[in-house]
Write a protein that binds this ligand. Structure first.
Ligand code: UD1
Ligand code: UDP
Length: 378
């Protein structure tokens, strides 16, 4: 740990993509409400539309917006621009801490730029490991790099904390805080309860698909580009041929995803390819879906909290807790396997009931408060 904190302590929270924004807005809300901190937010703009959706609903107004998204840009170009831009903001702000979340290019470059300035890094969602540097790619390496830099590791679960302790990480800097995604889910659920119209935009689709069982889909992983995406599309096409099923698929804005999904699935009767949903609408979709097909990290964490079966279309997962809880099942990206596993859940009520039980392996919704106290210790 660093020297005891002097207050107010300036915290620079850095993020750039949709999932980071969802998982960090509860922490930024908590920092803003606490007089011990001067909260600063820098968004890289690695995502644009999907990031802005989260900023709008959470009410966060960044102090800095680097606006770095370029269509289909390479990881090299993105990383170079991130390092330069984030470093410049850190030079202006000279914060006591830089906070990064997860495993994106923004998080990795944010940690590295802070390290170059000897600013301690707090890593939110630390310690996730698949053990395979190609799955998820490049996230497994991003999070390992951040893990070697961070001075404060906020692990979502004991499993993640244990993974860090097995590495060359000072055990005293590893804390189990839970995952802030559950804080976000609680916050958005409360907002929707107060203002149901925040999530009412799917009602027309719900009417159209009335009586059918909804399969919610998300997909965007880089390691699935090409053959994996084709197989996922093929599986959706076959499932949607059933008259008792409808697919609602908010398609990620990455052109590598959209080209395949539009080519394979546009115009099918039982498939709604829609624009990315804002967080209240996506939470609503999680609620109404019979099951989810997803390669997303965040969805693997949200689904168990809601008791929603999720078939994880990846070869490995760094989130074994959902699988152990029984709500998530790893099905890979083989078309036949995805169809078989989904049909098992659709046609076998006992198999469905065994997965559709709520668990909270990822937290209790109080993770941000724990992280704030750790930051206050200095
Ligand atoms: C990024 C993260 C990934 C995370 C995912 C969440 C990296 C290397 N990857 O992947 O870890 O799981 O976000 O969704 O950090 N685009 C838009 N508008 C948007 C967002 C993306 O048009 O709002 C398009 C752009 O053409 C952009 C491309 O998608 O260049 C890829 O975006 P990028 O952030 O590089 O990668 P993702 O695949 O989104
Ligand atoms: N999500 C959303 N709208 C969508 C799809 C997903 O708000 O149309 C949310 C979802 O609830 C989860 C997060 O985005 O919290 C997951 O983001 P994504 O799948 O892009 O990234 P990952 O979690 O795989 O890094």
């Amino acid at each position: 740990m660093n020297a005891p904190a002097t207050f107010p302590s300036r915290i620079l929270t850095v993020f750039g993509t949709r999932p980071e924004a969802i998982k960090l807005f509860p922490l930024v809300h908590a920092l803003e409400a606490d007089p011990r901190f001067e909260s600063r937010v820098c968004v890289s703009g690695q995502h644009r539309g999907m990031l802005d959706q989260v900023l709008a609903i959470s009410g966060l107004v960044p102090d800095y917006d680097l606006n770095l998204m370029r269509p289909d840009q390479s990881l090299d170009a993105l990383t170079a621009a991130l390092l330069t831009g984030l470093g410049q903001v850190m030079d202006v702000e000279r914060p006591e801490w830089v906070v990064v979340q997860g495993d994106t290019a923004t998080a990795m470059a944010g940690a590295l730029a802070a390290y170059y300035r000897k600013i301690p890094v707090c890593h939110v969602e630390a310690g996730l490991r698949s053990g395979n540097i190609h799955h998820p790619w490049p996230e497994e390496i991003n999070r390992r790099i951040i893990g070697t830099i961070a001075a404060l590791h906020c692990a979502p679960t004991e499993t993640a904390a244990e993974a860090l302790r097995r590495e060359t990480v000072d055990r005293a800097t590893v804390h189990v805080t839970g995952n802030t995604v559950i804080d976000a889910l609680h916050w958005i659920t409360a907002r929707i309860a107060e203002q149901p119209e925040l999530a009412s935009g799917l009602s027309e689709l719900e009417r159209k698909f009335g009586g059918k069982r909804v399969i919610g889909v998300t997909s965007h992983r880089r390691e699935n580009f090409g053959g994996g995406m084709e197989a996922i599309a093929g599986a959706i096409r076959r499932l949607a041929a059933r008259q008792d099923v409808a697919v609602i698929f908010p398609v990620h804005l990455n052109p590598n995803v959209r080209q395949v999904m539009n080519a394979e699935l546009a115009g099918l009767d039982n498939v709604a390819l829609i624009e990315p949903l804002d967080y209240p609408h996506f939470a609503h979709l999680l609620g109404l879906a019979t099951l989810m097909l997803s390669d997303s990290g965040g969805v693997q964490e949200e689904a168990p909290a809601l008791g929603k079966p999720v078939l994880v279309m990846r070869e490995t997962t760094e989130r074994p807790e959902g699988i152990e809880a029984g709500t998530a099942r790893l099905v890979g990206t083989d078309e036949d396997r995805i169809v078989a596993e989904a049909e098992r859940l659709l046609d076998d009520p006992a198999a469905y009931a065994a997965m559709a039980r709520a668990h909270n392996p990822f937290g209790d919704g109080k993770s941000s408060a724990r992280i704030v106290e750790l930051l206050a210790r200095g």
